[in-house]
Design a protein around this ligand. Structure first.
Ligand code: HSE
Length: 412
């Protein structure tokens, strides 16, 4: 019998307790012994919770209990979770985490501390919810040189974009729904503004390229500026808009960004809708491999947490020490110097005069015409992003153009 503790009885923590109880026979068969939740740490009261008798607000009940050998950290954030994780390692307890913010910010340091204390730090649930992706990248694909990762890594924003496009729902209603379903972060700004996806691509890229990719320097843009008009123009060219987290390794350098992107409907990620996430990995031996599943929510995320618990109990992987071989931070390339196509949408005082001005400034562009929309939208030619953005910015002040409504990366 192995005793574990759960730190944080929120959406994921309660899901972990629920599945461990519900699937206990199957889990015991896989782990080689029974796994029991002995304590749950939370400062809130849960008078009606099924595990209320296990809940304590005193960390000593866990850290000083020598019969608890593994701690599941589902608190989130980098404050209490960071201290508790370090404390657990120093008390000789393994830690399984779903906390992407903590892993992205302190992963190398925590892995080092875990190794020093001869315990494991595993975090499959930190990226992609229920999708196995950390283990495939660090283990199953380890023979490859990974060339690129392209992912839809945030369930909340994918759910919102899908609801807006398919049901014509407003951004606010779709977000409310995502929060009710337990997909969104405590502060959904992290979802909407792309920070959550940024932390996740930083973790995946660090593992894939074996360097510490620092989330704080990744160029990140969320979906708050995306409107129905953008979606209609994308639809007119048989494309869709997704919040894409992507990175690639080229000539010893890493390109990494998070931003909405227009992709053709034939792209493998175009049909990934609702709360689903997907990660498209390209390796030099395997070629393309895609991982798909529910990227957020109580039970899918708990499923990934418990898989790590089972692996540690079964002692299948002792001390995960081959991720982030080089803990020093990577230098990311300046995306302004990389080639891209951009979609731009303008409102104009005079359409014909505005188009003439655009042709003069931008050179060759592909216009997208919508009968019911008087705005001007086009896709630029492939060019350096910094140059394209400077040219688009120069249109801003011209008398023919009323307003630059939006600019979106176009991977078409
Ligand atoms: N808020 C996150 C999402 C939860 O929507 O993807 C899963 O990490």
């Amino acid at each position: 019998m192995i005793n574990i503790a759960i730190l944080g009885y929120g959406v994921v923590g309660s899901g972990v307790a629920e599945i461990i109880e519900k699937n206990k026979n199957n889990i015991a068969a896989r782990a080689g012994q029974n796994i029991q939740v002995k304590r749950i740490l939370d400062i809130k009261n849960f008078p009606d919770a099924p595990h209320k008798e296990l809940i304590t607000d005193n960390p000593d009940h866990i850290f000083k209990d020598k019969t608890i050998s593994l701690v599941v950290e589902t608190i989130g954030g980098t404050r209490a979770a960071y201290e508790f994780t370090k404390n657990a390692f120093m008390c000789g307890k393994h830690v399984v985490s779903s906390n992407k913010e903590l892993v992205a910010a302190h992963g190398p340091e925590l892995l080092k501390l875990a190794k020093k204390n001869r315990v494991n730090y595993m975090f499959e649930a930190s990226v992609g919810g229920g999708i196995p992706i950390i283990r495939p990248l660090s283990r199953c694909l380890s023979a490859n040189r990974i060339n690129s990762i392209t992912g839809i890594l945030n369930g909340t924003t994918n759910y919102i974009l899908t609801r807006m496009k398919v049901n014509g729902e407003s951004f606010e209603d779709a977000l409310k729904d995502a929060r009710q379903k337990g997909y969104a972060e405590a502060d959904p700004t992290a979802d909407i503004e792309g920070h959550d996806a940024c932390r996740k691509i930083a973790i995946l890229s660090s593992i894939a390229y074996n360097e510490f990719v620092d989330a704080s320097v990744i160029k990140t843009e969320g979906i708050s500026k995306i409107t129905m008009n953008d979606m209609e123009f994308a639809e007119a060219i048989n494309s869709t808009i997704k919040l894409l987290a992507l990175s690639r390794y080229e000539n010893g350098k890493i390109y990494c960004r998070v931003a909405p992107g227009i992709i053709k409907k034939t792209h493998p990620l175009a049909g990934v809708d609702d709360v689903f996430n997907a990660v498209l990995v390209n390796g030099d031996a395997i070629g393309d491999a895609m991982f798909y599943g529910q990227g957020a929510g109580k039970l899918p995320t708990a499923s990934a947490v418990i898989a790590d618990v089972i692996d540690i109990v079964h002692d299948r992987y002792s001390v995960v020490d081959n991720v982030w071989v080089r803990p020093e931070k990577s230098n990311l390339v300046d995306i302004a110097n990389e080639s891209i196509r951009l979609f731009a949408r303008f409102s104009a005082r005079n359409r014909e005069a505005a188009k003439q001005k655009i042709n003069k400034v931008m050179g060759k562009v592909e216009y997208i015409e919508l009968k019911a929309n008087n705005e001007i939208a086009f896709i630029t030619d492939l060019d350096l992003e910094g140059k394209l953005r400077a040219l688009l910015a120069s249109l801003r002040g011209s008398s023919e153009i009323n307003k630059v409504e939006n600019i979106i990366a176009a991977y078409i």
